[in-house]
Write a protein that binds this ligand. Structure first.
Ligand code: HEM
Length: 143
């Protein structure tokens, strides 16, 4: 028979409170992610000409509308924070040595923050007409 160890009790009250908030965040962000991800898939793959229509010009056209910039930035932030927090749960559940647990959690959040900064830079500084030498790949309105 498999015996499951009794879960460790929280280290202190403050950490129990934080774990409850993280638990709630996973559920709330999951619900919002369903809307964001399925909305994204529907618009990109279903409502237009499918995967073949997706190129630089498609993204440039989409991001001309601030709604899609906000949509995509929010999806990036939520997926990264949700995914990283989920991995933090796995690390806390499975690591045995405190030093390794701390190292992995610091690595996870460092990568998460770096990707949020890079991704947000892309969505906020995106230029639809970057270089006229590649004019054929650019959207109509750049010519
Ligand atoms: C359709 C959107 C999504 C929904 C509804 C959703 C929902 C959830 C929920 C409710 C949990 C908590 C499970 C638990 O505590 O037992 C969870 C955990 C997790 N999620 Fe998501 N999620 C979604 C998208 C994502 C995405 C895009 C990623 C990756 C970037 C991700 C990565 C994770 C990870 C790593 C965990 C931890 C797994 C574990 O504890 O066993 N999820 N998700």
């Amino acid at each position: 028979m498999v015996t499951i160890e009794t879960p460790r009790s929280p280290r202190n009250r403050k950490s129990a409170q934080r774990e409850k908030q993280a638990w709630l965040f996973m559920r709330a962000s999951g619900v919002v992610l369903i809307v964001l991800i399925f909305g994204h898939l529907f618009i990109n793959l279903f409502s237009g000409n499918g995967i073949k229509a997706i190129d630089f010009a498609f993204v440039a056209g989409k991001w001309a509308n601030p709604l899609w910039k906000i949509w995509d930035t929010l999806m990036l932030w939520l997926a990264l924070i949700h995914g990283t927090n989920g991995m933090r749960t796995l690390v806390n559940d499975y690591t045995q040595r405190e030093g390794i647990r701390k190292f992995l959690n610091i690595a996870l959040w460092t990568i998460c923050i770096a990707l949020i900064i890079l991704g947000t830079l892309v969505t906020t500084t995106f230029d639809p007409c970057p270089d006229t030498s590649v004019a054929s790949a650019l959207p109509q309105f750049c010519k």
